[in-house]
Write a protein that binds this ligand. Structure first.
Ligand code: BG6
Length: 481
């Protein structure tokens, strides 16, 4: 199977914050990989913009070193050809410096896109200057990163600031989970097969588990993370998006507003979370291991590095089928998966000699992207009807041959979608606001009650309390391994 690369139109992409971490780790490597895949047209220019007086040579040097670090095996002619597409201009986000040079560099008929890889407090300044200097027009695109606000109020105010200068159809809010190949596969699996839809409701699904477990701690990001916590950092965005893709109604078309309308309906149908349906945790240290508090540099921090939730969706399709969400840092292994646990057969005709195990459809997002369906079959051999559960297992890499081996990074897909003008995999302003409207009261409740997260051991499966969330209802979490 050969993967097809469809070149995009010539573009000029300006990266504000070009010398920063995201640009070095994700944006430049993603552009380089697309360049190597032949997707970047020869006329394309990538213009780095930041405060530092670096010059184009300095920026190219920075890009070479970033690619050396984050794209294993890169080097030689390909890197040299790629850096030939790079320019740089030092700009003052709050003053006038550099803007006329930037205007000069961006002049011309290509698609223009502006990537705001900077603190959200600068969004308004940048957006305004792009307009007053005549750099952005009605066809230009703006790319903004998470965190998009830290609550409903700040998200509203960011949306309002951007809306003063740009139309919603020009704004691309990144949630990099939506760019992950397997996350897109959720939609392909659900809406490209007739098999699932008739079973996809409270009638046949007992519950759903969404797990995003990480082994990393908050090393080096403590300052940001301690003000966010797992709820703001992961649930409000990434887990919420996964939940939406599993729970939404079929959109009438795979187009940006049709998909986002359906996701928004799911978020609006979420029931408020009850305190007993939430477990927060914080990782401890131990021999040779730093604790969360040490990593964050906040000795009495009450921020959660783990959260588990029981979420109910109040609509006809899902009433009575809980969605259990959990995410945490410093857990036993790195695994992101969605498990759809079906109901048991209503009556076992085999005389109860099996425990009537339910079917489980698991979609693994990372690592080993793939799907697994647990089914019951007869154990081979004579001696009566003994049943066993077996996995119907498929890793996408094996199933797709060479096309499945080199799964592109989320940023590759998302940046190319910006250039193509396709907003389907980006969050719309109302979606982000609805997600905050649901998370805000939960966080406010913790603050009011002075709630403290339960400790858990580093590299464990999380706090004991999270087990109870399911045990009390006769269910259990899937293993994290
Ligand atoms: C980011 C969070 O958005 O996603 C991080 O800020 C988290 O805390 C990361 O580690 C996880 O992304 P991935 O792609 O490694 O699963």
């Amino acid at each position: 199977m050969v993967s097809r690369t469809i070149p995009v139109e010539p573009f000029k992409l300006v990266i504000f914050g070009a010398t920063g971490d995201l640009s070095r780790r994700k944006i430049l490597p993603a552009l380089f990989r697309r360049f190597c895949a032949g997707q970047m047209p020869p006329e394309a220019r990538v213009i780095g913009a930041a405060r530092t007086e670096l010059g184009t040579d300095g920026f190219r040097k920075l890009a070479r070193s970033a690619l050396g670090e984050f794209v294993p095996g890169s080097g030689g002619e390909a890197v040299e050809a790629f850096v030939g597409h790079l320019d740089y201009v030092a700009v003052d986000a709050v003053g006038d410096g550099g803007w006329s040079e930037l205007a000069e560099l961006t002049r011309g008929g290509a698609v223009s896109a502006f990537y705001f890889s900077v603190a959200p407090s600068l969004f308004g300044n940048l957006a305004e200057r792009l307009k007053t200097h005549g750099i952005a027009d009605r066809d230009s695109r703006l790319v903004v990163e998470k965190p998009f606000g830290r609550d409903l109020e700040s998200a509203r105010s960011l949306n309002a600031t951007l809306a003063e200068h740009f139309d919603e159809t020009q704004i691309y809010r990144i949630d990099h989970y939506l760019g992950k190949e397997t996350v897109q596969n959720l939609m392909a699996v659900r809406f490209g097969n007739i098999l699932f839809e008739s079973l996809w409701s409270e009638r046949y699904i007992d519950h759903v588990q969404i797990t995003v477990a990480e082994t990393v701690g908050v090393e080096g990001r403590g300052q940001y993370y301690d003000r966010a916590g797992a709820m703001r950092d992961m649930v409000q965005n990434h887990l919420m998006q996964l939940l939406c893709l599993i729970a939404m109604e079929p959109p009438f078309r795979f187009d940006s507003d049709a998909v986002r309308d359906e996701k928004l309906k799911v978020i609006r149908a979420l029931e408020p979370l009850a305190p007993e349906d939430i477990v927060r945790g914080q990782y401890g240290g131990g021999e040779g291991l730093t604790s969360y508090r040490e990593d964050a540099g906040v000795p009495d921090s009450a921020t959660e590095s783990y959260v588990a939730l029981k979420v109910n969706i109040a609509n006809w399709r899902w009433a009575g089928t809980p969605f259990y969400l959990r995410t945490g840092k410093r857990l036993k292994s790195r695994v992101s998966e969605i498990a759809v646990v079906f109901r048991r057969v209503p009556h076992s005709i085999f005389g109860g000699q099996t425990d009537n195990t339910p079917n489980v459809l698991t979609i693994r997002l990372q690592p080993d992207e793939g799907m697994n369906l647990r089914v019951t079959i007869k154990e081979p051999g004579p001696g009566g009807m003994r049943l066993v559960e077996v996995p119907l297992d498929m890793t996408f890499a094996e199933a797709l041959g060479s096309a499945g081996e080199d799964i592109p990074d989320a940023y590759e897909r998302l940046i190319m979608d910006v250039i193509r003008g396709n907003q389907t995999l980006f969050m719309r302003g109302d979606e982000v606001e609805a997600a905050w409207a649901w998370t805000d009261p939960v966080i406010a409740g913790w603050e009011e009650r002075g709630d403290r997260p339960a400790p858990y051991d580093s590299y464990s499966t999380g706090p004991e309390e999270a087990l109870m969330l399911l045990h009390r209802e006769g269910r259990r979490w899937r293993e994290i391994d």
